[in-house]
Design a protein around this ligand. Structure first.
Ligand SMILES: [Ca+2]
Ligand SMILES: [Ca+2]
Ligand SMILES: [Ca+2]
Length: 453
């Protein structure tokens, strides 16, 4: 019996020694090594690095030839890798073969085909199709670029492709008493980990720079969240951890990371006490602000609001909520300067600007609902968390006759549009009048005259 116990004890000690030997020592505070990590394409770490590419209507100019064995049923795409637009061709007849110009020479005759694997998502009905990982390697003016990517599509007809990195760099860093998991992602596909965010945002949730991730709540997961302080942020000069700012230093190869506590220079954002929720991306540090302060203290830097949620109370105590996701007006690109104040007035007085897009004998009627900083709100605003009824409209001719009228229906993203069938004999000017339930908040409607010639 004693022998057995001795053997077990020795074995346990050996396991312990070998585990300790394998573990990376976290000796130096604020510094760590970053190591290669293969991507699971459903993880949030790579969310900002995704590149959406719609099918092209014709063969791109960059594409010099086609693979020999290709059918007539092809779809063309481009992926932005480094400084090049890399051609991709999907052969739909062979369900599906994908060809990608892996050496950047513009030719596909020298490329092998990648076949698709069907990925079933757990807990979701939205499966997707995945190609790769695919290695892309070519010379650029500043050296050789080598990237490994996945190509994903959710549509069986291959109407769009989503490009994402097949790897990123990950490590563990000691800050004070805590160890945080950290990662950097090459989000602009240049093979380097040093591209920081700069405003404005071209497309929501696509910062076109590298990403920085830190497991702030130390739950072992690197999470993305739209409406709380996110663990995934566009790479910036600093990161805010438990109310302190740390400078971020990643070497361009993505092998080491240093986070150093610093006291940044602050300036003031004055939103005139508006009750808001706003997420800002910034070259300084991502910010998520919520409340109705008169003045917000932010580190000096360039900022771009990703979304604005504005709440206004009327005199009866009703709570009206306005959301701006697509166009955030003056808050899309502004600067906070050290010890200076940047002021913006958002929200009411509102302005309604009608839009009319003609296509043969119909006109697509819509409107923009704008606040004072030119920020545009979705039409489906809420009163006490319930969407108000869709607005009414009238189409009026120059003589003041109502030619058409009705009620909009809410469409995608709570936007309203109406396809007006133009009467055969109608010619001349017309305007659209919108009657929208904005409660007690003042609204001015523009008097734009549209014309049918
Ligand atoms: Ca090639
Ligand atoms: Ca990069
Ligand atoms: Ca976490």
């Amino acid at each position: 019996m004693k022998k057995v116990i001795l053997v077990i004890t020795l074995a346990s000690a050996l396991v312990l020694v070998s585990t300790c030997a394998k573990r990376e020592p976290l000796t130096e505070e604020g510094k760590c090594k970053l190591k290669y990590q293969q991507v699971d394409t459903s993880e949030s770490t790579i969310y900002y690095a995704r590149q959406d590419q719609a099918k092209l209507s014709e063969k791109p100019a960059q594409l010099k030839d086609l693979p020999k064995k290709i059918s007539g049923q092809v779809s063309y795409f481009l992926a932005k890798i480094g400084d090049r637009d890399i051609p991709i061709v999907v052969d739909r007849a062979n369900k599906y073969d994908l060809y990608l110009d892996t050496d950047g020479d513009g030719c596909l005759s020298d490329e092998r085909s990648f076949s698709v694997s069907h990925v079933k998502k757990r807990f979701s009905t939205a499966d997707y199709y995945r190609f790769g990982p695919i290695s892309v390697e070519f010379d650029q003016p500043d050296g050789k670029l080598a990237r490994r990517i996945y190509v994903i599509t959710g549509s069986p007809n291959i109407e769009y492709l989503c490009i994402c990195p097949a790897d990123y760099r990950k490590g563990k860093i000691l800050l004070g008493q805590n160890i945080y998991e950290v990662a950097v992602v090459d989000g602009n596909y240049d093979g380097k980990y040093d591209k920081i965010f700069s405003p404005p945002i071209e497309k929501a949730w696509r910062p076109r720079c590298d990403s920085f991730v830190i497991d702030l709540n130390r739950d072992g997961k690197l999470d993305w969240a739209p409406k709380i302080a996110s663990e995934l942020t566009p790479l910036s000069r600093m990161v805010k951890i438990e109310n302190s700012y740390y400078s971020i230093n990643v070497d361009p190869e993505g092998t080491t990371l240093e986070l150093k506590k610093i006291e940044p220079e602050f300036g003031t954002l004055d939103l005139c006490g508006a009750d808001i929720i706003i997420r800002f991306w910034s070259d300084a540090a991502e910010q998520y602000i919520s409340g109705s302060e008169d003045n917000w203290q932010l580190p000096a830097g360039k900022y771009s609001a990703l979304f604005i949620e504005l709440t206004q109370k009327d005199t009866s105590g009703n709570r009206w909520t306005f959301s701006s996701n697509q166009k955030r007006g003056e808050l899309e690109d502004f600067e906070i300067r050290s010890d200076q104040k940047s002021s913006f007035k958002i929200g009411p007085l509102f302005r309604i600007k009608t839009t009319a897009r003609r296509s043969s004998n119909t006109v697509l009627i819509g409107f923009d609902l704008e606040g004072q900083a030119s920020e545009q709100y979705t039409h489906g605003l809420t009163r006490n968390d319930i969407h108000v009824s869709a607005p009414l409209f009238k189409v009026i001719d120059e003589a003041g006759n109502v030619i058409d009228s009705g009620q909009f229906e809410y469409g995608r993203n709570w936007m309203c549009q109406y396809r007006w069938r133009v009467p055969k004999d109608f010619k001349g000017k017309y305007k659209v009048q919108i009657d929208m339930d904005l409660g007690p908040f003042e609204v001015i409607q523009d008097e734009t005259w549209h014309v049918i010639e």
